[in-house]
Design a binder for this molecule. Sequence first.
Ligand SMILES: [Zn+2]
Length: 215
Amino acid sequence: MKLGPDEVRECPACHVFVRRTTIVSGNTFGMRRFTDGWVETPMLPRQPRIVKCPGCSMCFWLLRSRIVGHVDRDWCTSDAGVPPEWRAAERVCLPDEQDYYRALRNGLANGLSEERDVRIEAWWRSNDPARYPDAHADAPHAGPGEREANLRALIPLLDESESQWLIMKAEALRELSRFDEALALLDRIDEPALRAAAARIRTLCVAREASLKEL
Ligand SMILES: [Zn+2]
């Protein structure tokens, strides 16, 4: 994996400068895929679309925030002219499950497709304790009630005419133990790239198994 310069941006809420790592290139070695659509690529980490400000804790869409400049990663030796406030900028945080729910209540999503995207992020985070049980043993998480409410709110936002959303909808229904509804949707997936995943989710539905699985 090759990292690029750090990008300095401005938090749209409190206007402090924050920074994030950029990735120039990577590969998919060690990739793991899960039934909820999460793909883990250790050598090419997913770039977050929504980040949390380390200063004021507000969540914002990264690419909509004002870009201030770039800092070379070894600035201490090579970038003597970098403004001190850029150097002092803290790194953006990744929102946790509760952060996404709070952000939705605060109006982060503008329209249904953005609400869908935020709810999918929240869903992935809510599945992390099942995905990485060791790493998340002590991490704070929302309760099952909030997780299920998020899934119930997400389901109508997933457009069944597109295979990528159709399979996610089937998985969301399966994770809510609505197996027969999930099976009916899985029958409609004919996209070759999704066949193997659909077959696996189907098998889990037939077995009345609602927990997250690795594909
Ligand atoms: Zn802020």
